[in-house]
Write a protein that binds this ligand. Structure first.
Ligand SMILES: CC(C)(COP(=O)(O)OP(=O)(O)OC[C@H]1O[C@@H](n2cnc3c(N)ncnc32)[C@H](O)[C@@H]1OP(=O)(O)O)[C@@H](O)C(=O)NCCC(=O)NCCS
Length: 177
């Protein structure tokens, strides 16, 4: 029988073994090298960032990193959660585990009372939309400190938000680091 568990852990409470498993899983999709994944993780994940792990019989089958970061909503400095590294292991895709994982992320975001922001490609928008994420028009946000290496061109980056209360004229300036 499959036992599926979802857990949320701060980076500082992850074991070295868990960090390696996360990096291996990420490397199966965002292909790099394990050692680069590990150094990226150590440099990028802050100690209080939230790691969401989906385990099937103790095997790491899905993962997300919710990074506690800052943004400006117009001129006001706010805290938000940057949703990053969302994935399900290839052999487990198409079995509604992505759904379980994003709904669990949504719960954690709700509890934080902050909004969350993610970037994705156009083709992934319907997935997030199904789970109450909304697209943010391209002229309404700017990423201040990051260039995407995984998108073919910067014009293909889409921004989506969850739990965001905004006015039509609001603009958002996101920091990822
Ligand atoms: C995106 C991803 C996490 C989805 O996980 P999954 O376990 O296969 O998804 P589910 O089985 O829960 O699918 C739920 C629904 O979303 C749809 N869906 C799944 N992947 C989708 C995608 N990439 N784009 C659009 N819709 C998608 C499914 O068809 C399903 O719809 P249905 O309920 O009408 O059948 C998975 O495909 C993945 O890990 N991809 C590689 C990493 C990635 O692209 N991450 C997103 C970075 S922004």
């Amino acid at each position: 029988m499959r036992k599926i568990i979802l857990i949320s852990k701060s980076t500082k409470s992850l074991s070295q073994k868990e960090i390696i498993l996360i990096c291996k899983l990420k490397n199966s999709f965002w292909r790099w090298t394990i050692s680069k994944q590990i150094s990226w993780f150590k440099n990028t994940a802050h100690k209080n960032d939230i790691n969401i792990l989906l385990l099937i019989n103790k095997e790491l089958a899905g993962y997300t990193l919710l990074r506690r970061r800052k943004a400006y909503q117009n001129r006001k400095l706010i805290k938000y959660l940057y949703l990053d590294s969302f994935l399900v292991k290839k052999k487990y895709r198409g079995k509604k585990l992505g759904k379980k994982l994003i709904l669990f992320n949504n719960k954690v975001i709700n509890r934080s009372k902050k909004h969350s922001f993610l970037t994705c490609e156009k083709k992934t928008i319907p997935f997030y939309r199904e789970f109450n994420w909304k697209t943010l028009a391209r002229n309404k946000f700017k990423i201040m400190d990051h260039k995407h290496r995984w998108f073919s061109k910067s014009s293909s980056i889409r921004g989506m938000t969850y739990n965001l209360k905004k006015k039509n004229k609001d603009r958002f300036f996101y920091y990822f680091n």
